[in-house]
Design a protein around this ligand. Structure first.
Ligand code: NAP
Ligand code: GDD
Length: 345
């Protein structure tokens, strides 16, 4: 049987690396798009290919950038993939307050460039996956589990850009018959998570404190609620979404909520710290009861001008129709992140 060809934009990121592993196991030929950078950015996928010659027999890397429409179209034309996964984005919400125009160009218009290439090239059989986000929900009227019908009220240019890309996928589906699906993924983490996202920052920070390499961990809003899953599970959902009989929009989540503070408490406990919280607002801090020193404090530079206070996803549609459910719960996720962090010492 002819091998399927997948083209992954964002292959060097957390999700791209897990998705590439999964698709290689499923006997796909993988083409990935990598940005040129002055230092190595293929750390998460180096185990999958020859990083000097940029290939193995089922794995090819192309230089590209979704802010560059011509090269994006050329790569798609050359590869003529069965499936495109658009995971490329300026994906940091806080950073999108600092570089809004760039974020919109990559995260919103980048997705449009891929869809336009599909339209212009008339690649009607190519399926398109858009990495949509729970960040699109933003401001909520009520704290409840969010589903495919919940309206969007984004709270950052990142969120606004994802709403644009979401609607672009729906529009190209309706206007041109392109198989374009949206995975509305809630937060998902792993040992490969970028170091400035809160879960990785907490795990890395507390492990380094344990090893005597760092004095304290400084965070922002402790009371934001997130629905945290494992990126490995979520990569499987992306593949399942494109195997479904028709294009659609899908919520992928665990339907469990945890605050940033609870997450930090659980990591601290698993590492054997005894901590006690005191103070309020930006003066709140956690004391390490073994030495009476501050182990976690707050700095307002990590607060956002507008926050998404609450995210919890109802994935019942994906469970029913895609037969997808998460294998990892939050504790399994924390265990995996801690043990991988400890391996580095
Ligand atoms: P990530 O680790 O930040 O990876 C983003 C990827 O996009 C990296 O490969 C990055 O390349 C690439 N990229 C950035 N700008 C690009 C450009 N102009 N052209 C081409 N590639 C570019 O993010 P992730 O956690 O894997 O998330 C994957 C996607 O899902 C993102 O679109 C994100 O917004 C979305 N999402 C993530 C979550 C989550 O909780 N993780 C939830 C919902 C949606 P470099 O390696 O060179 O930086
Ligand atoms: N990054 C960060 N750093 N966040 C902090 C910190 C800190 O020091 N302290 C508290 N937080 C809070 C943030 O204010 C936010 O409410 C929550 O922790 C999670 O922040 P992030 O880990 O940066 O993730 P995010 O929820 O903003 O965005 C992630 O999830 C989205 C899906 O909902 C990213 O992966 C997005 O790309 C993704 O779309």
């Amino acid at each position: 049987m002819k091998k399927k060809i997948a083209l992954i934009f964002g292959i060097t990121g957390q999700d791209g690396s897990y998705l590439a592993e999964l698709l290689l196991k499923k006997n796909y030929i993988i083409h990935g798009v990598k940005r040129r950078s002055s230092s190595a950015n293929t750390e998460r996928i180096d185990h999958l290919f020859d990083s000097v010659n940029f290939s193995n027999k089922n794995f090819f890397i192309h230089y590209g950038d979704i802010s560059d429409g011509t090269s994006t179209l050329n790569i798609i034309n050359k590869v003529k993939p069965d499936e495109i996964y658009n995971l490329a984005a300026q994906s940091h919400v806080r950073v999108s307050f600092d570089i809004p125009e760039y974020t919109a160009d990559v995260t919103a218009i980048g997705a449009l460039r891929i869809l336009e290439a599909l339209r212009i090239l008339r690649l009607k059989k190519t399926k398109y996956y858009q990495a949509s986000s729970s960040e699109m929900y933003g401001l909520l009227e009520k704290k409840k589990s969010l589903n495919e019908l919940t309206p969007f009220h984004p709270r950052s240019v990142y969120g606004i850009s994802k709403v644009f890309a979401f609607h672009a996928a729906v529009h190209y589906r309706e206007a041109y018959g392109i198989f374009a699906s949206n995975g509305i993924l809630f937060n998902h983490e792993s040992p490969r998570r970028g170091p400035t996202f809160v879960t990785k920052k907490i795990v890395q920070g507390l492990v380094r404190i344990k090893k005597g390499l760092q004095k304290k961990l400084t965070l922002g809003n402790l009371y934001a609620v997130r629905d945290w899953g494992h990126a490995k599970d979520y990569a499987t959902s992306m593949w399942k979404i494109l195997q479904y009989k028709k294009p659609d929009n899908w919520v992928i989540a665990t339907n469990k909520e945890t605050t940033v503070k609870e997450f930090a408490n659980r990591v601290a406990k698993k590492l054997g710290f005894k901590i006690k919280w005191k103070g309020k607002g930006i003066y709140e801090k956690a004391i390490n009861l073994d030495n009476n020193k501050t182990i976690i404090d707050i700095d307002k530079k990590f607060l956002r001008p507008t926050e998404v206070d609450f995210l919890r996803g109802d994935f019942s549609k994906a469970k029913r129709l895609l037969k997808w459910k998460p294998a990892y719960n939050t504790d399994d996720l924390i265990e995996d992140m801690i043990s991988s962090e400890l391996e580095d010492f």
